[in-house]
Design a protein around this ligand. Structure first.
Ligand SMILES: Nc1ncnc2c1ncn2[C@@H]1O[C@H](COP(=O)(O)OP(=O)(O)O[C@H]2O[C@H](CO)[C@@H](O)[C@H](O)[C@H]2O)[C@@H](O)[C@H]1O
Length: 447
């Protein structure tokens, strides 16, 4: 590489690094949390445990930090203890940094009587706090996506095209198209049409030739739609103006973006890596278990862009005489004579002799049960914390701190698709059994 090119690259990097300081990131942490219920029964959505040791919020926050964006607000409908504890114990900027990760929960004020009414309303309610920042762009992110993105590329494309708003987009197929905002772009990348979650004829009308995005003919046939990923870069003054002048608009996808394409320079930024919206029980379960497959589409093991989370100083996992295949184990697990197949076992999971875990996501425990409490439980005939002996768990999510007895079967034996049995400690969503946090499932139970 010649000296001139090297100089250019260095200058560009310096500029990019410096200019990411001019970005304020706002992470939409979730509304009422109905789609991930019951995982959001006792915690705010950003605090839902992910991939054996992380929480949902770690994904966008890590992407921000790895991209040089260090001013981060997380908007959430309610403030849970687990979210506060996690953020406070994980993201502590040094005293020399201007960075922070702050949680902003919906609150009652004289102007706003209640909950956030939608994504744009959530941002509007805190504009008084965002506007005084001396920044040039807002980066609006979702709290329930699994992906790794260098936002500096996204922001630089926004700046290079002098866009008012830039949407990150990717091609999708018929199977998922109508659950996304779909768009059309012109030859310069400008968005010229946008429909939020169109169906039927309206969906057909959003079909485009995605070879223009660089897909080969076969891939373009499989993915003939361009979908919005629901993440946006806004020029600072454009967002302020739009939210101020369009008080009736409460949602980005339904109102703000469709309105903007008529009136502003809205550009598309093509993202061509793994990305998944994991905001429903089914997609959340699939994405977690996909990580446990050989050659997963999303890798947790990239040291150049790590996913950060709370350091816990846990002991290593202890595995004694087990058969384990295609699985991920968090730290501090204790497994004895068990079979585990294609599963994700979270921190401090304990499983006793003879149990079989298959296609399951066990979130583990927040603490180890003390010896004297364990003995007292056994002596009194109560179920101790963890998974008992000779128990089978298949196609299920077990939330944290569950007490699951001996000879239990969690296999959805009646093939129920949807059901709430909260008084018995579980729910079923999309045929996936979810054992609630802290639930007690007695010996010999069959679900
Ligand atoms: N009241 C509230 N307060 C705080 N946070 C809230 C909130 N309501 C929702 N959120 C959060 O905002 C993000 C977007 O959620 P939405 O439910 O509004 O949109 P959806 O994901 O359906 O579509 C959007 O994302 C998809 C991509 O997944 C796009 O295709 C589509 O155009 C776009 O509207 C999620 O992280 C959600 O948890």
């Amino acid at each position: 590489m010649s000296t001139i090119q090297t100089d250019k690259i260095f200058k560009k990097q310096d500029f990019v690094y410096f200019s990411m300081k001019n970005v304020l990131s706002i992470i939409l942490g979730g509304g009422q949390g109905t789609r991930l219920y019951p995982l959001t029964k006792l915690r705010a959505k950003p605090a839902v445990p992910l991939a054996g040791k992380y929480r949902l919020i770690d994904i966008p926050v890590s992407n921000c930090l790895n991209s040089g964006v260090d001013k981060i607000y997380v908007l959430t409908q309610f403030n849970s203890t687990s979210l506060n504890r996690h953020i406070n114990q994980t993201y502590r900027p040094s005293s020399f940094s201007s960075g922070f990760v702050d949680i902003l929960a919906a609150q009652q004020t004289p102007d706003n009587p209640g909950w956030f009414q939608g994504t744009a309303d959530a941002v509007r309610q805190y504009m008084w706090l965002f506007e005084p920042w001396d920044i040039t762009e807002y980066l609006i992110l979702s709290g329930d996506h699994l992906y790794r993105m260098d936002y500096s590329d996204f922001i630089n494309r926004h700046r290079d095209t002098n866009a008012d708003i830039t949407l990150s987009v990717l091609p999708v197929g018929y199977d998922v198209a109508s659950s996304f905002g779909l768009l059309k772009v012109d030859g310069s990348g400008r968005v010229i049409d946008f429909q939020e979650k169109p169906k039927g004829d309206a969906l057909e009308k959003m079909k485009v030739d995605t070879t223009s995005l660089g897909l080969d003919a076969e891939a373009a046939k499989e993915k003939p739609f361009i979908a919005s990923m629901g993440i946006y870069v806004f020029k600072k003054e454009v967002l302020a103006k739009m939210l101020k002048n369009n008080k009736e608009c409460t949602d980005f996808g339904k109102e703000i973006i469709p309105f903007a394409i008529e009136n502003y320079n809205v550009q598309a930024y093509l993202f061509d890596d793994y990305w998944e919206d994991i905001g429903t029980i089914e997609s959340f379960y699939d994405a977690n278990l996909n990580l446990a497959k050989p050659n997963p589409a999303f890798s947790l093991y990239k040291s150049e862009s790590p996913i950060y989370t709370r350091p816990r100083y846990l002991p290593p996992s202890r595995i004694f005489d087990c058969q384990i295949k295609d699985s991920i184990l968090g730290e501090g697990c204790i497994l004895e004579k068990v079979t585990v197949n294609h599963s994700m076992l979270g921190l401090r999971t304990t499983i006793n002799e003879g149990s079989v875990i298959e296609d399951a996501l066990l979130m583990g425990c927040d603490f180890y049960q003390k010896d004297n409490e364990y003995k007292a439980d056994i002596a009194a005939g109560r179920v101790p914390m963890g998974i008992g002996a000779n128990t089978t768990i298949r196609r299920a999510i077990v939330d944290k701190n569950a007490h699951i007895g001996n000879n239990v079967q969690i296999v959805n034996k009646d093939n129920v698709q949807e059901g709430s049995f909260e008084d018995q400690g579980f729910c079923i969503r999309n045929g996936i059994v979810i054992v609630l946090k802290d639930a007690i499932i007695p010996d010999h139970t069959i679900i």
